[in-house]
Design a protein. Structure first.
Length: 400
């Protein structure tokens, strides 16, 4: 296995690294430090800390990037999901279909909108919400209360938005995107965030476009909804001290917007670097004879990649594999100071807080198996080829 690894092209950084972090934000900071500090100083000089010109400018830039008719800056990706759902018409008593395999906020935002999540299992190849299962569920028993479908573009790859678009039209429900992990991703050349009626992005510090704190953005293809979300993020208030509905304080800070504007100019390059790193991982894994085709889980290969749709431009928020003896492998890598993470160790339908839904182990077998097998490997734009090689060599050693 090792000879296959060492025979490929030379590393950009020839010495073997002593450790490989899962994510190292300080490397990126070094490349943009002056720009970021100048942007923060600009906000301090203006003393405009909440919403204001930086947030408005960022909204315009993201709206143009995504091809949306409106973008509304807010306090976090979780807040963005709530805004997206409420603007799409989700209200108390409704239900919303979403994936059983995502970060908690995909489901908790539904609950916060007063609705009930209806969990559906994921596609075994991509681990995105399974459109066939959603369609089957709706054909057999469409809940009368169903208001929306919320696919998550997991790890930076769009869910099958052709299928979800057809389903949303057939059953007359809103299509809302959880694009928290997918800024810059595309489906058939259209940007994530412009594929549903509303969409939520997170700028949490680990994301592909990340703030220096919490921040999020909701985009929409409907100008009327953008206006509604602007009010909702500011106490349901169209005019200061006049309140038409119960909104919330979900506003974005000027400093976060200023930092995000600096980083937005680099996003395309950073996403390209992630794609190159993913290709390097793929090539090294294949060269070492470690991986098998994602659709053949009986091949006996110790590591399986996830399926990639030919219609999706993946931005690799995470590079995730499915690994045999995953927990032992993770420990082995940690001993060699190689970072990894499990996104996610417990599917949403088995979270104790959702026990009121009456779901049990075995109800979402694909999500449950994924939770036992997935492992995210180091992935960030500044990662070096030598580091990727070190990760794959470590994995090869474990299985040798
Ligand atoms: C799929 C998904 N949805 C929603 C969120 C929530 O975003 P935030 O942490 O900015 O509230 C995240 C972020 O972790 C996420 O990964």
């Amino acid at each position: 296995m090792k000879s296959a690894l060492s025979s490929s092209s030379p590393a950009n950084g020839s010495t073997t690294p002593e450790s490989v972090p899962l994510l190292d934000l300080s490397r990126q900071y070094k490349t943009i430090r002056e720009e970021v500090l100048a942007a923060i100083a600009r906000v301090c000089d203006s003393q405009s800390f909440i919403l204001g010109p930086e947030v408005e400018a960022l909204e315009g830039e993201i709206s143009a990037l995504i091809g949306a008719s409106g973008a509304v800056g807010c306090a976090s990706g979780t807040e963005a999901l709530w805004l997206a759902l409420v603007a799409a018409g989700v209200k108390p008593g409704d239900s919303v279909i979403t994936t059983a395999f995502s970060f908690f906020a995909s489901a908790s935002a539904i609950v916060r909108a007063g609705a009930t999540p209806v969990f559906v299992d994921v596609d075994p190849g991509s681990l995105n919400l399974d459109a066939d299962l959603v369609h089957r569920l709706l054909r057999t028993k469409q809940p009368e209360t169903l208001r929306a479908i919320l696919p998550v573009h997991l790890y930076g790859q769009c869910a099958d938005m052709d299928a979800f678009d057809r389903i949303a039209q057939e059953f007359e429900v809103a299509l809302v995107e959880d694009a928290a992990q997918a800024i810059g991703a595309e489906w058939r050349g259209r940007s994530a965030g412009s594929l549903g009626i509303t969409a939520a992005f997170s700028f949490y510090p680990t994301k592909n476009l990340s703030a220096y704190g919490d921040a999020g953005m909701v985009t929409t293809t409907c100008p009327r909804m953008a206006e509604h979300m602007r009010q909702l993020r500011n106490h349901g208030s169209p005019r200061r001290y006049y309140h038409h509905e119960f909104g919330w304080n979900g506003r974005m800070d000027g400093i976060q917007a200023a930092v995000l504007r600096v980083k937005l100019a680099h996003l395309a390059d950073w996403n390209r670097s992630r794609q190159q790193h993913a290709a390097t991982y793929d090539q090294l894994f294949a060269g070492a004879g470690l991986t098998s085709n994602p659709s053949s889980d009986k091949s006996g290969a110790p590591v399986r990649s996830l399926a990639r749709s030919p219609h999706a431009t993946h931005v690799f928020h995470q590079y995730v594999v499915r690994a045999q003896r995953r927990d032992e492998l993770r420990k082995f890598l940690a001993e060699r100071r190689i970072g990894s993470e499990i996104y996610y160790p417990l599917p949403l339908h088995l979270q104790p807080v959702f026990s009121y839904l009456g779901l049990k182990a075995g109800d979402m077998p694909v999500s449950e198996q994924a939770a036992r097998e997935v492992l995210a490997l180091p992935m960030f734009p500044e990662l070096t080829e030598a580091e990727i090689r070190c990760v794959v060599e470590g994995i090869a050693e474990f299985y040798s």
